[in-house]
Write a new protein. Structure first.
Lengths: 340, 270
């Protein structure tokens, strides 16, 4: 009897641990399957397996062209942008130590949005290459302002969140002001603000891949430092971390990843909040598992959202950002109801 | 003597908490900082562990200014258990204790054999081996505090600083934690420095007591030298009887009730 009692929790723990280690491979396979499955969805439907054959160069000229030029970049961008947003959310949540924090909250998303809208509306000649740059600069400017304003011998997580919300609101106000002043030309700006993967090509994929290829591995290298930071500032310092320095580096990484994602995909809301949160429920709080799981969940969510958006009523496209908001809003409410 | 403070002036931004503190931490002994709230004892501990850079004076660790070391180097010589600890969700005791090896590990390297040994030793020393796979958030107060102490032990340092390690615990758990620390000192020769609120616990478990008041060290000495009527009056502003513990002969401070010590409240209640 006592032996059984002692064994029972051990089994539960073993099961939990092996289940956790399975999450990342399972999510990866799932994301690959969904990528292939949704490859041909859209106004020119090319279904599996024709879509895969077309990707490999077999099929009609049109099919090959459509899949390679229009469909493939979207799927790849869903991985990069969705996964990137989710990882940046996990980083920011780790730094701010609040599962309800996200780049949306500390001002990055709105800052990037404001800069991009200003570029689009005030300088209509802005090229497709300059727009991501503007978004990037805007996101960084916002977090810089937030960090400096929150700094008082160190930037406490609570102050970062509060100042971030304030800066976000100010950015939002200016975005609206710009939209009102330039009513005739707001079409592109609105699409961008909603967040969408439409009309992106391989150029955007390469741009995004370079950023993510550098920043995501760097973030992964910081996994255990993120864990240690989660034990409290003083203990992290006692374990040899320069806490303020570390927080700055991690925020910068999170912002860089978010800005790279937003620059290409627009302000896709809620993804950076809910994907890491779901991941935490599946794999726990250790970042060596949490970051990869977040990436894959973010990719999955955006793949599905984008596929729904373009498949639900073709040829009309519903921006993926609207779908993520439709999924994310209720999930957010559920979180609030549970956590607060 | 590996750790000492020399003419320390400690402040948070513009608020000066302590001035001209000089203190020595004897090796292989248990040193306890006591004093009323806000006297600067936790701040002193932060300075001793390099968390706070003194405005004046210096903390000397192994013959050099503690700020001439990198924070990693300090973490390999001295471990700190702060008062405020955040328990991560869904993490086992063994996983928590493994973070004690953080200063010795490279960023994503797996645990080495010496890390594993240190972790298992720390679990055994704190009596947590059996609970190694238990989630930390399912432990009792005393068990949880022992898990945190195991984390600090896994760091493998001879110097251990603890900021009020018993504060949120019931008296039975307080004893559990303090007995563990005494045992670590006696059997492993660990040098222990801690802040305690309870004078009698300090007298029971400390070899050296540092009594602080308003940012100054009022007196340093053995429990019998510190726990006296005069010093209790000077340090805590209380009248007291000093008794002897029937078993251990250590001093016991029993405060004398002072009616009307808060005249406003007394008047309001009358």
């Amino acid at each position: 009897m006592s032996a059984l009692d002692a064994a029972a929790p051990t089994f539960a723990v073993l099961e939990r641990r092996s289940r956790r280690n399975l999450v990342v491979p399972v999510l990866f396979v799932l994301a690959v399957v969904v990528s292939i499955g949704t490859l041909g969805v859209g106004s020119y439907r090319v279904y599996f397996p024709d879509s895969v054959l077309a990707l490999l160069g077999h099929g009609s000229h049109d099919q090959v062209n459509i899949v390679r030029t229009y469909e493939l970049p979207r799927v790849l961008l869903a991985w990069l942008v969705g996964g990137g947003l989710a990882v940046s959310g996990a980083l920011v949540q780790g730094v701010i130590r609040n599962p309800l924090a996200a780049p949306d909250i500390i001002g990055v998303t709105k800052g990037a949005g404001l800069a991009a809208v200003a570029a689009l509306l005030v300088y209509p000649s802005t090229s497709d290459l300059e727009l991501p740059l503007a978004a990037f600069i805007g996101g960084f400017a916002a977090i810089l302002i937030v960090y400096v304003a929150a700094y008082r011998g160190g930037a406490s997580p609570v102050r970062l969140a509060l100042v971030g919300i304030a800066v976000s609101s100010v950015c939002e106000t200016f975005i609206r002001l710009l939209l009102i002043k330039h009513v005739t030309a707001i079409g592109t700006a609105l699409t961008w603000l909603t967040g969408s993967l439409a009309e992106r090509g391989m150029t955007e994929v390469y741009e995004c891949a370079i950023w993510m290829g550098v920043l995501l591995p760097l973030a992964y290298l910081c996994s255990r430092r993120l864990d240690v930071l989660g034990l409290g500032d003083d203990l992290a310092a006692g374990l040899g971390e320069r806490v303020e320095h570390l927080r700055r580096i991690l925020l910068l990484l999170g912002v860089g990843i978010a800005a790279a994602a937003v620059a290409i995909g627009g302000t896709i809301l809620f993804l950076s909040l809910i994907a890491p949160h779901m991941a935490r429920r599946l794999v726990g709080a250790r970042h060596s598992l949490l970051l990869p799981a977040s990436f894959l969940l973010g990719a999955l969510l955006l793949l599905v959202s984008d596929a729904i958006g373009r498949g639900i009523d073709p040829p009309i496209e519903i921006p993926a950002g609207l779908i993520t908001a439709l999924i994310g809003g209720p999930y957010f409410l559920y979180l609030l109801a549970k956590a607060v | 003597m590996r750790l000492s403070g020399n003419g320390l002036t400690l402040s948070y931004e513009s608020v000066t908490v302590a001035t001209d503190l000089t203190l020595e931490i004897p090796d292989g002994k248990v040193t306890v900082l006591i004093g009323p709230n806000g006297c600067g004892k936790s701040t002193t501990l932060r300075a001793l562990s390099r968390l706070l850079r003194p405005k004046g004076g210096s903390v000397i660790l192994d013959g050099k200014d503690i700020h001439s070391y990198s924070s990693k180097e300090v973490a390999r010589r001295l471990a700190l258990l702060p008062q405020v600890l955040l328990t991560p969700e869904a993490i086992s005791v063994r996983e928590l204790v493994a973070y004690g090896r953080h200063p010795q590990r490279r960023s994503i390297a797996a645990l080495r054999d010496e890390d594993r040994e240190a972790i298992e030793w720390a679990l055994a020393a704190t009596g947590m081996t059996e609970l190694g796979e238990r989630p930390v958030d399912q432990l009792s107060g005393g068990q949880r505090q022992r898990a945190w102490i195991a984390l600090v032990l896994a760091q493998g340092t001879d110097l251990i600083l603890l900021d009020e390690p018993t504060t949120f615990l019931d008296v039975a758990y307080q004893l559990e934690v303090l007995e563990l620390l005494r045992e670590l000192n006696a059997s492993q020769g660990k040098t222990i420095v801690m802040v305690l609120h309870d004078i009698n616990m300090a007298a029971e478990y400390g070899h050296q007591l540092l009594a602080m008041r308003e940012g100054k060290i009022v007196a340093t000495g053995s429990p019998h030298e510190i726990v006296t009527r005069e010093l209790m009056r000077e340090v805590f502003g209380i009248e007291s009887h000093i008794l002897r513990h029937p078993d251990t002969e250590n001093p016991l401070c029993v405060p004398v009730p002072v009616p009307g010590v808060t005249p406003a409240t007394a008047a309001a209640l009358a």
